[in-house]
Design a binder for this molecule. Sequence first.
Ligand SMILES: Nc1ncnc2c1ncn2[C@@H]1O[C@H](COP(=O)(O)OP(=O)(O)OP(=O)(O)O)[C@@H](O)[C@H]1O
Ligand SMILES: [Mg+2]
Length: 238
Amino acid sequence: MSRRDPLLVAVEGVDGAGKTTLIRGLETVLRPLRGTRPARVCVEIFRAIAEPDDTVLHQTVIPGPVRRLAHLIELSAQLRYRTGPDGRPDLLFDRWVQSSEVHCGPYGEQHRPWLEHMEALLPRPNPLLWLRVPPALAYERMVARGDRRTRVLTPAALRAHLVEQADGYEKTMARADNVIELDGTQSREKLLDQAAAAIESVAARAGGVSQAGGAVRTGGAVTTPNVLQGPWDVPHGP
Ligand SMILES: Nc1ncnc2c1ncn2[C@@H]1O[C@H](COP(=O)(O)OP(=O)(O)OP(=O)(O)O)[C@@H](O)[C@H]1O
Ligand SMILES: [Mg+2]
């Protein structure tokens, strides 16, 4: 890849959209991209403490604001403590803050200023790849994969949940920066090609290769490309 600055790339989309599959492909194709961060580790912890068997989803037990706070802290921690040979690695995230919003709901009034402040401290991925699939296809893929949620929820409930999720992503991605939308109904190969090309294009700009003024089309605005940079010296919160 023809660039110097580290990249922060994230893949978003509904459950079963194909995020992890795409990321595995990208890791192979974009070798200089060092280090995938998993979908949030705190979810594994929530599962361990709140999903004793196949009848419960932790989302129904642990309050949304608590889960969202945990996600923010985890993203911050992963960014801060992740270091590569040169101390500034490329990172490829399986989900970003948009998932927290869609899956956990609003922050709640009481702690909202704190949480918004924490979120504002996170750098913005560029590109933020949005794997967009119809909820019905996501459902089929979850069934084919034998996902646990297909056992906990009835088919109707899971379908309704995915429709709601898809709607949530439509709204949150419209507000996000640096979004590159990918038609997730395509084959794995085509998606991988498109995603890799999108990342290469951003990387070329971030590396100083001037293209069309170096700006990236975004969900609602035009921003300069984001490379991994602070603010890591955290100012006092509200
Ligand atoms: N482009 C594709 N075409 C057909 N099937 C796909 C495609 N991408 C992924 N799949 C299949 O769909 C299923 C879900 O994919 P994957 O696990 O990557 O989704 P995910 O978005 O990471 O899901 P989750 O949100 O639950 O982590 C898997 O069985 C995978 O093999
Ligand atoms: Mg996944």
